[in-house]
Design a protein around this ligand. Structure first.
Ligand SMILES: Cc1cc2nc3c(=O)[nH]c(=O)nc-3n(C[C@H](O)[C@H](O)[C@H](O)COP(=O)(O)OP(=O)(O)OC[C@H]3O[C@@H](n4cnc5c(N)ncnc54)[C@H](O)[C@@H]3O)c2cc1C
Length: 489
């Protein structure tokens, strides 16, 4: 893999235009600059941004990149928060915004076949008339793509009951960096051979380019029961989470917001959360109407034993939707308090939630940083949102240090460094906290088989030996564009 020289650039541009048409290739700096960043804090300029419309075009892009030894970086909606879609050595960013068709809703086989650029929520919208839905629903589901979800093995508010993306992918069509296509899995359950679908899901765009996906659909539930449990203490709220899960109750969602998150949402949107509460739990049960009452009452008892101040229930579908809009709107709401936010993503064993959340608050105090805590609490998956202003000298360093300390806490508590946002460029060196050299060597060997030239999304997941001269990455606070500013063609 090598950086694109000016000579090469002209030739590659000509070839890309031949494959995709002039209208589907961007190369001027004012066009490609839009693609230098995702929702992480680093950025880097691509040389080209291309918009394929078919698997065959993706194959030809890959073959061309492989022959010229230039990087390819797949891109969905750019909502990733670990820098996965940032082209740190430039190259060809391949956007899937024009491969966004739902190809089939197959009710008999309870699955959907879709292209990678389909927006997550559109799958459930398309399945709804048949009585089905697609379960994994990240809070970004109104914009993020299924291709990005596959790459990051995304979770969401339903993870506690239904698992994450990997539990819902039946088959994949994948273009290898060589330009060849492989079909992995499919509509039939239990494909023989190695589980390569499992290997590609969560591989963060480093093993292959996903061009078609077969997804499991679930039948829509008959009834929902949604409650907001209000606490005067964050620790009581998190103890309630641990107790609910230890009691063997299985809510479909069990989410936590602390006071800073509640205030952000209320100041921005007014969804009716109590601004003076130290924390709330948003809990939902779903299933057969008659089976709802017992777990609902058990949850109430557990919450009251943990000094819940008040329990409110949503009595209409409209009220329920309002509560969920509030929870899913936290990230946007925080944007009204501070110019930027650094979203952390750690996991802890659920009994450790009270202790770890208390320590996260202390970290905020230590660095004088505002932190709003939201959590897929039923999964032990924390998302401290650290607010900051990248224009203030030294602020970004403080934020990254605080983020690292939070992850250390999670690991020391027996947890891990990411629940759903991936490693990307953010957490490469933290993998060492969890894995031996032999473990990491086994993972890298898989990468080498799929991508022997190392052209697919280079510098992601593993610590990199890329020549620093080839790196164009810079942080959002830095002056100027991301990196070389060399996308001149
Ligand atoms: C407000 C907000 C809320 C969020 N909430 C959640 C949440 O609740 N749960 C959660 O898990 N995440 C959440 N995220 C993170 C993010 O939305 C997910 O990681 C999402 O899956 C990224 O999808 P995307 O289409 O934006 O992908 P991008 O950011 O464009 O790309 C992500 C990765 O996917 C790769 N990729 C994209 N398309 C392909 C393809 N076709 N083939 C191979 N690789 C590909 C890219 O190279 C990159 O490595 C949130 C982010 C934001 C900003």
């Amino acid at each position: 893999m090598s950086a694109v020289s000016k000579m090469n650039k002209k030739r590659i541009l000509k070839d890309l235009r031949k494959v995709l048409g002039k209208e589907n290739v961007l190369s001027h700096i004012e066009d490609v600059i839009v693609f230098e960043q995702d929702a992480f804090i680093m950025r880097a300029l691509p040389d080209f941004v291309v918009f394929p419309t078919s698997t065959e075009q993706v194959q030809r892009i890959a073959a061309l990149a492989s022959a010229a030894h230039v990087p390819i970086v797949p891109r969905g909606a750019g909502t990733g928060v670990s820098g996965g879609a940032v082209p740190i050595t430039g190259g060809i960013v391949t956007s899937f915004s024009k491969m966004n068709r739902i190809l089939e809703i197959d009710v008999k086989n309870r699955c959907a076949v879709v292209e990678p650029g389909v927006i997550n929520i559109d799958i459930s919208r398309a399945a709804k008339p048949y009585g089905y839905f697609y379960a994994p629903d990240p809070s970004s589901q109104m914009v993020c793509t299924i291709g990005g979800n596959i790459a990051e093995n995304s979770g969401g508010i339903h993870g506690v009951a239904y698992g994450v993306t990997t539990n819902h992918v039946l088959g994949l069509e994948v273009v290898l960096p060589s330009g060849e296509v492989v079909e992995l899995g499919g509509k039939t359950l239990d494909c023989p051979g190695y589980d390569l679908v499992g290997a590609v899901v969560g591989s963060e765009g480093t093993l292959g380019i996903v061009t078609k996906i077969t997804l499991r659909l679930l039948h829509m539930r008959e009834a929902f029961a949604t409650m907001v449990v209000i606490f005067n203490s964050l620790e009581d709220a998190s103890q309630t989470v641990a107790d609910i899960m230890a009691r063997g109750i299985m809510p479909s969602s069990l989410e936590l917001m602390d006071n800073m998150a509640i205030r952000a949402v209320e100041e921005a949107y007014r969804y009716g959360y109590p601004m003076d509460a130290d924390a709330v739990l948003l809990i939902e049960l779903e299933g057969v109407r008659e089976a709802m009452e017992r777990p609902f009452n058990l949850i109430k008892d557990i919450a009251l034993k943990n000094s819940a101040r008040e329990i409110r229930t949503a009595s209409t579908q409209e009220e329920r939707e309002y509560l969920w809009k509030g929870r899913k709107g936290v990230f946007g709401a925080v944007g009204m308090i501070a110019p930027n936010q650094f979203t952390q993503d750690g996991v802890v064993p659920r009994p450790k939630l009270p202790e770890v959340l208390r320590k996260v608050v202390k970290i905020g105090e230590k660095y004088s940083l505002k932190i709003a805590n939201v959590a897929h609490a039923g999964d032990g998956n924390l998302h401290p949102l650290i607010m900051f202003d990248p224009r203030k000298p030294g602020e970004l360093e403080k934020v990254t240090q605080a983020g690292e300390e939070i992850l250390r806490l999670c690991v020391e508590a027996g947890g891990t460094i990411t629940g759903e946002h991936g490693v990307g460029i953010e957490k490469r060196e933290f993998l060492k906290w969890l894995f031996t050299d032999v473990d990491l060597g086994a993972m890298k060997a898989v990468k080498d088989i799929f991508d022997p030239k190392g052209i697919l999304n280079p510098g992601k997941v593993f610590e990199t030996d890329i020549d620093p001269k080839e790196l164009r990455v810079s942080s959002i606070g830095a002056a100027g564009g991301g990196g070389s500013g060399d996308a001149w063609v």
